[in-house]
Design a protein around this ligand. Structure first.
Ligand SMILES: C[C@@](CO)(OP(=O)(O)O)[C@H](O)COP(=O)(O)OP(=O)(O)OC[C@H]1O[C@@H](n2ccc(N)nc2=O)[C@H](O)[C@@H]1O
Ligand SMILES: Nc1ncnc2c1ncn2[C@@H]1O[C@H](COP(=O)(O)OP(=O)(O)O)[C@@H](O)[C@H]1O
Length: 307
């Protein structure tokens, strides 16, 4: 007889940094940031099933590049939640990837955020949002935003969040690169270039925040920026061709997402995004081009099975 265990499935979004200002490296190795995140409709799903010990399986695009050992962010999230709550239970975690691995879109962080939400429900630990955000911040700079979703300004390491006023739906094309970029390596190249010496702004760009409040995609496209982009382009010079091709295809704005190498391309509408994606694919300037929209909600439970 097959025994069905109780399980909970949670979904968490990837992100694009609409602007990313980076200051000089601090003693702890991290860089202070002023960034505006937008959560987008490329998502990860994590199913947590009751089990006496922890185990992990990963499927979907790029799954073969995801570590299955204790460094996996989903497993780290599970252990962090168990420690925080004193729970002595395990879980079988099954991740379905929809966010490019090592793509600058916070795929691993989304797995961690989805795992926290799924296990909080499965184990009945019922942490408050601030408590979950606190556990998330201990796992990585992007994890709190994957939990929160929508559009937000991030300062500190990018983990101190304030929700941003935004209206409307924005249409994106994400040009994916076959090989990812390592976030620490991009920050290292940023340091070598001496790029972090300019003063960090006190707050997020006024023009960008106004464009979000107005739901104005044209002005948002003009306001996109990323201090890590020159370092990412040095490490992956082929990205310059992707950026140029997206501009030539009529994009409202083009920016490397986070530490790259995914190139985020803002379009006027869903149909415009499809035509830009087709143009990038035909031009052969990326491994694939996927359409998505934002903002979307943060990590949340989407299904529960009672077992
Ligand atoms: C660059 C950004 C922009 O949103 O995103 P990604 O491109 O990774 O998606 C983030 O700052 C990345 O966040 P995340 O990937 O969660 O970083 P973590 O795991 O905490 O840190 C990985 C490494 O990145 C560097 N790091 C990260 C954040 C930060 N504010 N300063 C840093 O210098 C450090 O070298 C750190 O050891
Ligand atoms: N659950 C996970 N999914 C993807 N990558 C993970 C995961 N856990 C740990 N990693 C490691 O984190 C690195 C960064 O991956 P990812 O979060 O996808 O990209 P980025 O930090 O560029 O947004 C990967 O190369 C991988 O070694």
């Amino acid at each position: 007889m097959r025994v069905h265990q109780r399980s909970v499935t949670a979904r968490a979004p990837g992100k694009v940094n609409l602007s990313l200002h980076v200051g000089a490296r601090e003693a702890d190795g991290y860089h202070p940031l002023v960034t505006v995140f937008q959560a987008v409709s490329l998502v990860e799903e994590v199913t947590a099933t009751a089990a006496p010990t922890f185990s992990l399986e990963v499927s979907g695009p790029g799954a073969e590049h995801v570590p299955l050992d204790g460094t996996n962010l989903a497993l780290r999230a599970a252990h962090a939640l168990a420690e925080r709550t004193g729970v002595r239970l395990g879980a079988r975690l099954s991740i379905t990837k929809g966010i490019p691995v090592a793509g600058g879109m916070a795929g691993g962080s989304a797995d961690a955020a989805a795992t926290l939400v799924a296990l909080d429900a499965l184990w009945g630990t019922a942490l408050t949002r601030p408590e979950l955000l606190d556990v998330a911040a201990g796992l990585g700079a992007d994890v709190p935003f994957c939990l929160q979703g929508h559009t937000a300004v991030g300062v500190g390491r990018g983990d101190v969040l304030t929700a941003a006023m935004a209206q409307g739906e924005f249409h994106w094309v994400f040009a994916l690169r076959a090989q990812g970029l390592s976030t620490p390596e991009v920050f290292r190249r940023f340091d070598e270039r001496g790029s972090g010496l300019a003063d960090l702004p006190a707050e997020a760009d006024t023009a960008l925040m106004a464009a979000l409040r107005a739901g104005d995609a044209v002005r948002l496209g003009e306001a996109l920026s990323n201090d890590l982009q020159p370092a990412a382009l040095e490490l992956a010079p082929d990205l310059a061709g992707t950026v140029d091709a997206a501009r030539a295809a009529g994009a409202l704005g083009v920016v490397v997402s986070g530490s790259g190498p995914t190139v985020a391309v803002l379009a006027r509408s869903a149909a415009h995004a499809s035509s830009i994606a087709a143009a990038l694919t035909v031009a052969g300037v990326c491994a694939s081009a996927v359409c998505a929209s934002g903002p979307v909600a943060g990590a949340r439970v989407v299904q529960e099975h009672q077992g």
